[in-house]
Design a protein around this ligand. Sequence first.
Ligand code: NAP
Ligand code: GLV
Length: 324
Amino acid sequence: MTKPLVYVCRHIPECGLELLRRSADVRIHDGQLPPTRDELLAGVGGTDAILSLLSDRIDLEVLEAAGPNLKVISNFAVGYNNIDLRAASERGVRVGNTPDVLTDATADLAITLLFAVARKVREASAAVLDGSWRTWEPTGWQGLELAGKTLGIIGMGRIGSQVAQRLHHGWQMPVIYTARNDKSELAASSKAQRVDLEELLSRSDVISVHVPLTGGTRHLLGARELAQMRSHAILINTARGEVIDQDALIAALENRQIFGAGLDVCTPESLPTDSALLKLDNCLVLPHIGSATYPARNAMATRAAENVLAGIAGQPLPYEVFAS
Ligand code: NAP
Ligand code: GLV
């Protein structure tokens, strides 16, 4: 009997591939870079499942290129803004993601960015590397202290609430947050108070962004919102680059309107090396490594494979997402 065929858009941790190979034939896109559009369209042809990455745009054209056997798209990520959910659902194709298992890793990275920006780690490390560090500096590389400062969370979901808990309990930070729907359960452990966006912008010493990228959150923070932030405030984004208007952020950082920014995500990814963002000494950019720990990536691979196998079997996915 022929086995179902799965297209995997890049090499993922072996535990996920092994799980797939037990019940399916696996066609993997080789190489460090995502498949080009042409490679993707050709690669998905005749498949029963696509295991995609956040760097792969899965839209109607891809669904059509896959053909009538396609039953499931399993994203190796919790975010799924790269997938046209409506087009998938109209064709009866289920979509899955990998929630929870990367929450701790991503929350930890948001905090890593926060302390690195507050303590000017980027500039201090650059001085060591370029030889401009000569001696102990009584007035050099002075940064901010965070204990007791107000934390503003935009997107009090799984990751946002973990960032809040860690900083509330570890650094005694009062927490405020914005939400569309009630989040009192997630907010309880950090005693967080719900406020509107205007109040959050003007009261927070630190703002950490954790909303998914949707039509409603694209450029949620633009020039107007950045202008409402405090002059010593730090902005952290581990969500998606497009949630912040990057040109407006560059201007705000250049003008020292805010203290600094720590970005695990930006627009585009990767960022050209001549980007103005990389010239700023008050901005630290990382290459989207929020979930890049061994346990998180292994667990994501397993979850993504479990979604594929359930979808191929015509069953609801263990981690299924739906068009809203
Ligand atoms: P989640 O649990 O769904 O949390 C997102 C929260 O944002 C939800 O509680 C949602 O609540 C809220 N939200 C949506 N729109 C909002 C708005 N306009 N204003 C305020 N809140 C809003 O998702 P998660 O697991 O925490 O992940 C969050 C995002 O982080 C992902 O979508 C992904 O883009 C990003 N991420 C990045 C990395 C990385 O490597 N840097 C790793 C993991 C995740 P309601 O829908 O009830 O409003
Ligand atoms: C990473 O950005 C994810 O959404 O999992």
